[in-house]
Every structure is written in C-alpha cells, then in structure tokens.
Design a protein around this ligand. Structure first.
Ligand code: ADP
Length: 185
C-alpha cells in the first residue's frame, strides 16, 4: 500500500475528516493546506494577513505561497515515511510543483464524491456549528466553482492512481470504503 496519499474532492465532501482518520490509522502525518492557512490567519502572522481576504472570498491563495508552505512541511522528517495531503494540489501548477519537489510524490489519489445539493447542505450546517469565515452561502458557491474549474481537472492528471469513493453515508462507512480501496491498490 502506498503511503503517499492525496485526497481530492469538492468542499464539503469530507476530505478533512477522512484524511485525518486515514493518516491516524496509517501513522503518517495529515498535511492540510486549509488548516495550515487558517492557523496562520488565526495567529495573525504575515502569511495570515496576506491570505485572509482571499480565503474569505473563497478564492485560491497564490501558488507561490502555498507551494512554499507544502515544500517546507514535506521536508520535515515525519513526512519521510509517507503523508496524507489534503487540499493540495488544487490546480495544475501546484500539481506540477509537487511532482518537481518530490520524486514519486503521489502513490494513491482518493477522490471523494458527493452531489452538489449534499455538499451545500453539509457546508451550511458546518457554518452554524463551526463558524468558519468561508462557510457562508456566497463563498460556498464560489469555492464550488473554483473546485470545478481548477481542481477537478486534476482527476485526469492523476489518471489510474485515482480511486473514486462515494462520500455519502456515515463517517465510518466512508472510512471503510477508503481503507478497502487503499489496501487493494
Ligand atoms: P475546502 O475544501 O472546504 O474549501 P480547505 O480547508 O481545503 O477547504 O481550504 C480553505 C481555503 O484555503 C480555500 O478556499 C483557499 O482559499 C485556501 N487554500 C487551501 N489550500 C489551498 C491551495 N492548495 N491553494 C490555494 N489556496 C488554498
């Protein structure tokens, strides 16, 4: 089983939840660019100040900034034995940068799927519970558009490495589907 795993899927598909569970089960780090960026915003760092407005609008942070964060994170020793990447790459330029940065960067791609109505209803529910700055109706719509335009094309970029997983159902059911796909690969 490859331990260099990438999660792809639209906002609300459950990437963050499932990526964390898979990383913990395999004892490898969960590397989420969204979490790292939100952390920078909440700590008020220079990076946080630069990205806050872009994130609140649902647009992508510049490739240079995100690629630098990921490069730095992947160079830490705990990533030597593998990692689960969540939220990166998000467009073709980032996918190329990842390929350049690490030889055989990605072993397996998990594509989590859910239909648009389900995604919006999950994200609106999360808005009430967690109060994330980008979980409002307008920004959610924008994030879904950005996903379709920029990130969805990466499915063909990764070709045969991609496993499509149905993201509808209980958290544990979806987790089992992903584990089965990873073990079989
Ligand atoms: P979601 O998948 O629910 O939209 P994430 O937590 O992955 O949430 O990302 C939240 C926001 O952080 C994105 O809308 C974007 O502004 C920024 N972001 C995260 N990862 C990247 C990336 N790889 N490239 C550019 N921007 C990113």
């Amino acid at each position: 089983m490859s331990r260099r795993i990438l999660f792809l899927g639209p906002p609300g598909a459950g990437k963050g939840t499932q990526a964390a569970m898979i990383a913990s089960a395999l004892h490898i780090p969960h590397i989420s660019t969204g979490e790292m960026l939100r952390d920078a915003v909440s700590r008020g760092t220079d990076l946080g100040k630069q990205v806050e407005g872009v994130m609140a609008a649902g647009d992508l942070v510049s490739d240079d900034l995100v690629v630098a964060i990921v490069d730095e994170r992947l160079s830490q020793s705990d990533a030597n034995c593998g990692y689960v990447l969540d939220g990166f790459p998000r467009n073709a330029a980032q996918a190329e940068a990842l390929n350049d940065a690490v030889i055989n960067a990605i072993g397996t791609v998990v594509l989590l799927k859910a239909d648009a109505d389900e995604l919006v209803s999950r994200l609106m529910k999360r808005a009430e519970q967690e109060g994330r700055a980008d979980d409002n109706e307008e920004t959610i719509r924008r994030r879904l558009q950005v996903y379709d335009a920029e990130t969805a094309p990466l499915v063909s970029f990764y070709g045969d490495a991609v496993h499509q997983i149905d993201g509808i159902g209980g958290i544990d059911d979806v987790f089992s589907r992903i584990m089965l796909a990873l073990v079989a690969f």
